[in-house]
Design a protein around this ligand. Sequence first.
Ligand code: BGC
Length: 751
Amino acid sequence: MKKPYFIILFCIAYCFNGIAQNSKDNLKLREDNIEEILNALTVEEKVSLLVGGPGNLVPGAAGYTREITRLGIPMTVLADGPAGLRIQPKREGTNETFYCTGFPTSTLLASSWDPELVETVTTAMGNEVLEYGVDVLLAPGMNLHRNPLCGRNFEYYSEDPLLSGKMAAAYVRGIQKNGVGTSIKHFAVNNQEINRLENDARVSNRALRELYLKNFEIAVKEGKPWTVMSSYNKLNGEYTQQKQGLLTTVLRDEWGFNGIVMTDWGCKENTVKSAKAGNDLMEWGNQVEIDRILAAVNSGEISQKKLDRNVRNMLNYIVKTPHFRHYQFSNKPDLNAHAAVARKAAEESIILLKNEGETLPLDGDEKVALYGISSVDFVGIGTGSGWVNTEHIANMQEAMTNAGFTLDEDLAEYYRLCYATQSATEKMNGSSIDKRHRPEPTVAVQAIERQAANNDVAVFVLGRVAGEGADRVVPEDFELSAIEREMLQNISLNYHKLGKKVVVVLNIVGVVETASWRNLVDAIILPWAPGQEGAYAVSNVLCGKVNPSGKLPMTFPINYMDIPSSKNFPYTWDMTQGRRGNRKNVDFTDYTEDIWVGYRYFQTNDVEVSYPFGYGLSYTDFAYSKPKVKASKDGFTASIKVTNMGRVAGREVVELYVVAPAGDLEKPICELKAFAKTKLLAPGESEILTMKVSAYEMASFNEGHSAWETAAGKYQVLLGASVNDIRAAASFRFGKAQSWSVQDVLGEPEE
Ligand code: BGC
């Protein structure tokens, strides 16, 4: 080659290289160049995307994903829910505050039986997530209420998978409307807090499919969450986060999930197995996990294909986030507007359990003797990661005064002093406030007698707190304490002697025993833990501004041991039994009750309960018309007219239960398959509610065939105001059996 040509060629090559180098340097993540970014990432960078890292973008956030600035991959922020966004309210170097709204807890939201309401609530909540600079809310929690003692039940919805799944799907839709993500958790079968990191839940495939996975299936298909959080526990001998059958076969291949799976917080042995199983992100993430994955990639234990699969999922997640969009968050969500949403949601969800002789509503101008330490220390939210840093949680004293009631001021002052003394003692002793055991102060009988004479009515607020890391217990928690019982007896006796009424407000995070004392009182309101504005909502129900329309999302049993899972719950553990690794209900829990959870058990076996699933009263009455049921090979549609027969406006929840032919299986006597709630009906007004159930939704799971099966035969459709208050029925024949096979990948419970 002659010299001039050589020089020209050299110059051209140099320029091209420069351009290529330049465009490589300029390569930044976009929605449409994920494959290109995958090619540009080094192995180390890829691995770093799979392991959470430190950060301080939003103080109080639970975790972060790692950034790679050279490729425009931002750090993203993950923070807890579900009753609101959980971040630190104060920051160093500024007087600005970062409070969040404490919305009603999930159990109360589920009591609304109103997915639209839930979506409205979480649309507001998601705005706080966005405006405080967070990308994913680690919520909703949606494990089933297998047993009332699970300490986190307030973060969860129901004993029934359909109700739980529909609520979670609505929750996800509302949050994600804001362009931020959710993480449905804890996937799956995380039903106890004791030894939650290691407990092996041993569950049959049928119970898994019909109950413990069903709600997640509904939430994934109908809510499309950006992320799923795998739980800490094991399932049939394997950690859920390492269970390929669960995280890939069921979640992605069967249900079509296409987001990321992240671990619950901590670092388990065998990170490599987690990554291979389809767990994309290790949270909170540490160097050990990075080293383990890197070594496995280098040795070929994790294939390039699997590594890229997880990284691709991460990139697809990242391009959806506000941090990727460079969203300029304000740190100024409209907390006043959201407080109004929180209050309305509580009002629409509160349950009226008892209302003897129309005790309620009160006139609103009564003189009220307000009892109970929880009237001052109101339980707005549970504890643990489900706690929200709100600026204020209204208590019953302020809310009732605000609603126009006149409180017995001496009594109110007494409780304020008791609370102050208890708090001061706790502070002095440096003990953390374990509110569950906050003792109920006594009021002397003579004082109660005097108060009965001086007031028109008694309202007793009974409180219970629990949260992450501990389960509840039976004495003085599920059951009343001796003082609480004595107080109720003395109040009942003295007020009733003078023809005055007694009302109980159950300000509780989980089910309590009610059968032994409910006859002592005239009315019972159940607001659960209703969030920062909940006390106002309770006051509005007491004075009749609001007509309650909530219904129980679980059964209230008569005794704790009536519940089948109570035989296999840590409360009945025996620490002396076996060696470590072999303690029943601690190291492993046998779900021997199988599918017989909640009303499925109580109804089928005709076991008496204190309040049945789906139960809740109103200040008005509703009439149900004859239903119309239209069946096809794809399922059926039922419609029914509901008319308000009373004197005040109200809303009614109609529950649709199906009695299915047995086919090859033993089945619950009936199962909830749909529900609908009327709008606010004026006296005399009607509304036609229509509910659709598909053939797939009618199916039961046949383990022998590893298939969902809808048997042919006669189906009864029951429409009721609770599971044992059926108001209308119809039936149809389903001509041809249908089935849907699935892979048998969830393992078997050990014998
Ligand atoms: C909890 C999760 C929570 C996470 C981050 C874990 O201990 O189980 O529910 O999202 O911590 O705070």
